[in-house]
Design a protein around this ligand. Structure first.
Ligand code: UD1
Ligand code: UDP
Length: 392
């Protein structure tokens, strides 16, 4: 079985780590990095920390407007898929890299008329907030995919409601595999700034809706700093480059009890999560990791895809409401964190289940479907387009 994996952004490197390891035991994997994230701290650090093999191909797309970035990915990825003719294209999550890879793999046709199958890891998540670019990306990826690998029962139910049940399987959440693997190795990796501030609150912020408007960003940070001061807790804030850009451009100073650091590698992050008294975040992945670490989480968004953490009492969705934030951080029972923590996201063997699902679906003949004739020839004349050159 030949699998072409497409990753591009920080959370995708985390998710791909365990799956790559499991895949490569028996199969051929070609790892394609779109280049959406490119700073050492946003990309290479994860390949080192998670011991992921270097990408076979880097499309070096970089940053840009949504259309520009996604369009470049489409243009650069298509010839790679055509050259390697994988059985599967494997995508993760909900970024522009996910969207581009899903669109390419559902459109290309090989010379003999076959096309790759598309598998989507983390299928079925919904925030039901169409203002988020991630929600639009994940809905498109789910509807294009041949195999929908759902992490939770809630995700599987969303897929069923959208008529996608036949292509869906619940496999658990591969972030449990990645996080558990890293937790065994993270002890020595607590950043010095955090080690010097025991009882710290860990803060991450990067969602467009929270950080692109400087007034909103300042209000969120101030609300957290005020609540943290009431708890006498310092705040450690590894700053995403998108957020750093806004802080710098608007010359925004941080409150005295907030210590900003550069984005950290995965082992440092897991050490920070395990050492934190509370985690405040707008990240999807970090909400789940807080649960795995047994640390109470306040989610600085108006909704969450990870509703199980809320139902279990470990996560409070407070949006940008300073009163709700203050109430959560003043709630002694919530902060005590001594509630049960059932295996909501699987047993850490999700990567193996993903590989089995890919094998089974390929063997069952539903794989590598013939491309409809009219998708094989569109657009540019043969000499201008790789698809046409191969598909003749
Ligand atoms: C992207 C994903 C988001 C995911 C997040 C994980 C989309 C639409 N969004 O958001 O779903 O939660 O990744 O972190 O795909 N930048 C750098 N260096 C880098 C990468 C980015 O400086 O290595 C800066 C650039 O100014 C860039 C900005 O960060 O314009 C935003 O990067 P981008 O990848 O477009 O979106 P994210 O906010 O990272
Ligand atoms: N992460 C990290 N260093 C950081 C911030 C996040 O290693 O400085 C990890 C985090 O532990 C999680 C993933 O990156 O595994 C989440 O990425 P992010 O919050 O950027 O994206 P999201 O999950 O919201 O899509």
């Amino acid at each position: 079985m030949k699998v072409l994996t497409v990753v591009g952004a920080r959370p995708q490197f985390v998710k791909a780590g365990p799956v790559s390891r499991a895949l490569r035991k028996r199969h051929t994997e070609l790892l394609v990095h779109t280049g959406q994230h490119y700073d050492d701290a946003m990309s290479a650090a994860f390949f080192r920390d998670l011991e992921i093999p270097a990408p076979d191909v880097n499309l070096e797309v970089g940053s840009g407007l949504h259309g520009e970035q996604t369009g470049e990915m489409l243009r650069r990825l298509e010839p790679v898929v055509l050259e390697h003719e994988p059985d599967w294209v494997l995508v993760y999550g909900d970024t522009n890299s996910t969207l581009a890879a899903a669109v390419v793999s559902s459109k290309v046709a090989y010379a003999d008329g076959r096309r790759p199958l598309l598998a989507h890891v983390e299928a079925g998540l919904r925030s039901f907030n169409r203002n988020m670019p991630e929600e639009r990306n994940r809905v498109v990826a789910d509807h294009l995919a041949d195999l929908l690998l759902a992490p939770t029962t809630a995700a599987l139910e969303h897929l069923a409601r959208e008529g996608l049940a036949e292509r869906a399987e619940q496999v658990g959440d591969v972030m449990v595999d990645a996080w558990s693997w890293a937790a065994e190795r993270a002890a020595a990796h607590l950043p010095a700034e955090a080690a010097a501030r025991p009882g710290f609150i860990l803060l991450t912020l990067h969602r467009a809706e929270n950080v692109d408007d400087p007034a909103r960003l300042a209000a969120l940070i101030d609300a957290l700093a005020t609540s943290a001061a009431a708890l006498r807790a310092p705040v450690i804030f590894p700053v995403h480059p998108r957020t750093r850009d806004i802080l710098d451009r608007h010359a925004m100073a941080l409150p005295a009890n907030v210590t900003d650091i550069e984005p950290v590698g995965f082992l440092e992050m897991v050490a920070l999560e395990r050492g934190a008294r509370v985690i405040a975040t707008d990240s999807g992945g970090v909400q789940k990791e807080a649960y795995l670490a047994g640390v109470p989480c306040v989610t600085l968004r108006t909704e969450t895809e990870w509703v199980e953490t809320v139902d279990a009492g470990w996560n409070r969705v407070v949006g940008g409401d300073p009163d709700a934030l203050r109430a959560a951080l003043a709630d002694v029972a919530f902060l005590a964190g001594d509630r049960p923590r059932p295996d909501l996201y699987g047993d850490g063997q999700t990567a193996t289940r993903i590989v089995s699902a890919l094998e089974r679906r390929l063997e069952s003949g539903t794989a590598t479907a013939a491309a409809p004739a009219d998708t094989q020839r569109v657009g540019a004349p043969p000499e201008r387009g790789m698809t046409e050159a191969v598909a003749t």
